[in-house]
Design a protein around this ligand. Structure first.
Ligand SMILES: CC(=O)SCCNC(=O)CCNC(=O)[C@H](O)C(C)(C)COP(=O)(O)OP(=O)(O)OC[C@H]1O[C@@H](n2cnc3c(N)ncnc32)[C@H](O)[C@@H]1OP(=O)(O)O
Length: 396
């Protein structure tokens, strides 16, 4: 590890830290756009790495609650804005920042941390695992099937109305999948939500769903109304009727050739509502949120489990060593145990299993889990599986 120190940023150090972050993310922009970028970083608990007095790296987080299997909301840290100056990378700066941040979250009593990763090679080093996935869809022209739900009334809000109505609407829709999170007030004011209201159109369905979208830049030389492509950035619905109503609205807007969207749940049903299901092309599937269990004992006992014989798993956590140990998981819950382990895993693998995205037998076959009792694998598959695939659906 090089010569640097890690500590919380003072107010005066926020600006140089944002500059480090902006450069690390190759942000280009005029001063005004740079200011907007700085304000869009939601983190309110920001650490800096310092070479002397100079900021060379930064990482932040904000407090939220995450839905775990069974529906309980648990305290979690949403990690945001990690960046290291290019002349200081691969010297352990991010490692020191992320480890200090994890210890800080543990002191705050947070059970989980989660983030959106710029690259998939980074966060496994700190015990994060890809825990939800999302589809990228391109949806072209097709009528809706006659048996698809009709949906209700959709109305477009102006930015002021959107700011006033959406936070309560999102809260009312509520978390209905493992991985969904609460959006704190400042997410809507200064975070990704703010961008949603400027340059985007916001439409609500009755009082049970909303969509945020904007047109993409037209191809060079083409007028915007010819073959317009809309990008759906945020879409939440309380039930399938509201979901159908919102898709009917967006896909029915005049002059729109295609609708693009990323990070939809892996069981997004829009294609099944169309006369031509292939009009909804899955053009990609990627990791959505990366999860880290900060308090393994609390997190394992917060979620529910399926049927299956009890299984003892052993965790080895070098960054938060208090998590290391054996845990007995059964349909009734999970507790620490002195019984021998059937499966041994690292925190990143535990994170991939925790919300129900990956199956223990799949990861064991790939060599990611050490198996001392093969009979435990089918039981672990049943215990850890969830009725619906996990999904977060919030960018930060
Ligand atoms: C939640 C978010 O904010 S996502 C945004 C993340 N930020 C970015 O992508 C901005 C551009 N990148 C950066 O600023 C930096 O390269 C960071 C933050 C990704 C990594 O910072 P570094 O200080 O170089 O990381 P550090 O030296 O601690 O590396 C830790 C380990 O991760 C590996 N690693 C780090 N970044 C990468 C990467 N991009 N690709 C592959 N491996 C990586 C290192 O090789 C090292 O592995 P080792 O322990 O086996 O030696």
């Amino acid at each position: 590890m090089g010569e640097f120190t890690i500590r919380p940023l003072t107010d005066a150090e926020q600006r140089p830290a944002f500059d480090v972050l902006g450069r690390a993310l190759h942000f280009t922009g005029a001063d005004e756009a740079r200011e907007q970028f700085a304000n869009s970083v939601t983190a309110d608990r920001r650490f800096g790495a310092f070479d002397g007095e100079r900021v060379i790296g930064t990482a932040g987080s904000f407090g939220t609650e995450l839905c775990v299997p069974g529906g309980k909301m648990v305290p979690a840290a949403a990690v945001d804005g990690v960046g290291v100056r290019a002349d200081h990378t691969r010297r352990g700066v991010a490692t020191a920042l992320m480890c200090e941040q994890l210890r800080d979250c543990a002191r705050r009593g947070e059970m989980l941390a989660h983030l959106h990763a710029s690259e998939a090679m980074i966060y496994g080093h700190f015990g994060y695992g890809a825990a939800t996935r999302g589809l990228t869809l391109r949806i072209g022209q097709s009528a809706f099937r006659p048996d698809a739900p009709e949906g209700g009334r959709v109305r477009i809000l102006d930015p002021g109305e959107a700011r006033a109505e959406l936070p309560a609407l999102y809260a009312r829709i509520g978390p209905h999948r493992p991985g969904m999170m609460t959006r704190p007030e400042h997410w809507w004011i200064t975070g990704s939500g703010r961008h949603s209201f400027t340059g985007h159109t916001v439409a609500v369905h009755d009082d049970d769903g909303f969509v945020v979208y904007r047109p993409l830049e037209p191809a060079p030389g083409r007028p915007p109304h010819e073959g317009a492509v809309l990008a759906v950035r945020d879409l939440h619905a309380a039930d399938v009727r509201a979901l159908a109503g919102l898709w009917r609205f967006v896909l029915g807007i005049d002059l729109v050739a295609e609708v693009w969207t990323r990070h939809r749940p892996v069981d997004e049903p829009v294609g099944a509502m169309l006369v031509d299901p292939r009009a909804a092309q899955v053009s990609g599937m990627s990791d959505e949120i990366w999860l880290r269990l900060i308090d393994v004992a609390e997190a394992l006992s917060a979620r529910t489990y399926g049927d299956g014989d009890p299984v003892v798993v052993e965790i080895t956590d070098t960054i938060l060593p208090g998590n290391s140990g054996r845990y007995r998981i059964s349909p009734e819950g999970a507790q620490r145990t002195a019984l021998p382990a059937a499966l041994r895993l690292t925190p990143d693998v535990l994170a991939m299993l925790y919300l129900g995205d990956a199956r223990p037998s799949t990861l064991a076959a790939l060599g990611r889990i050490e198996v001392t009792d093969p009979a435990a694998l089918p039981a672990a598959d049943r215990l850890l599986s969830t009725a619906v695939p996990p999904w977060c659906g919030t960018s930060f």
